[in-house]
Design a protein around this ligand. Structure first.
Ligand code: FER
Length: 181
């Protein structure tokens, strides 16, 4: 499934954006959990335009520079809603390379496994601290308690979910490291 399609529609649902803006969005919070390559974004914008889900207006910048400002069409809004409301049947399996290595741990020396898990623990702790900092900022900026109608609600949910996941991950890593001592 072309999930990037829905990420772009979601971004354009909120505001009009240029291709460059969309690329930049993937360097922000969104890019922390959904990555897209530069090389994928422009072809996707073309496809979405051809399909009538988005349209653009050419805006002249300065004397020569032209840029395309994209906006979602009503057809695109409908497409986005259908996806949002659809229950995923085959909840797409997360490809996690570290879990794949864990599964084959018997092919490693105990010391190698210990190092690998320790490295993962350091990374996960760093990630957790980044997430917690971002959440604190969000809580300082927005009105608390956050509700469904807050513009930050989606970001808040993604962050709180990620924080719980990382905490659980760290507990499991620490238990495993104990077993590898
Ligand atoms: C952020 C939004 C989401 C962020 C991180 C995430 C550090 C990560 C989410 C995930 O890993 O599921 O603003 O900033």
């Amino acid at each position: 499934m072309r999930i990037l399609k829905y990420a772009i529609l979601g971004l354009l649902y909120n505001e009009k954006l240029t291709g460059y803006d969309i690329t930049s969005e993937f360097k922000g919070p969104l890019g922390q959990f959904w990555t897209a390559k530069h090389s994928q974004i422009y072809p996707e914008l073309r496809k979405l335009t051809d399909e009538g889900f988005i349209q653009y207006e050419v805006v002249v910048q300065g004397t020569k520079l032209e840029k395309k400002v994209y906006e979602i069409t009503s057809h695109g809004e409908k497409e986005l809603s259908e996806w949002l409301e659809k229950v995923e049947r085959d909840s797409s399996v997360n490809k996690d390379e570290f879990m794949l290595k864990t599964y084959f741990i018997s092919a490693m020396e105990k010391e190698e496994a210990y190092d690998l898990f320790n490295d993962q623990l350091v990374k996960r702790k760093e990630k957790l601290s980044k997430l917690q900092k971002t959440l604190s900022l969000l809580e300082e900026e927005g009105e608390m308690p956050i509700t469904f109608s807050s513009p930050q609600f989606g970001h808040y949910l993604v962050l709180t979910r990620a924080i719980e996941r990382e905490k659980g991950y760290i507990v499991w890593l620490e238990k495993t490291i104990d077993l590898l001592k």
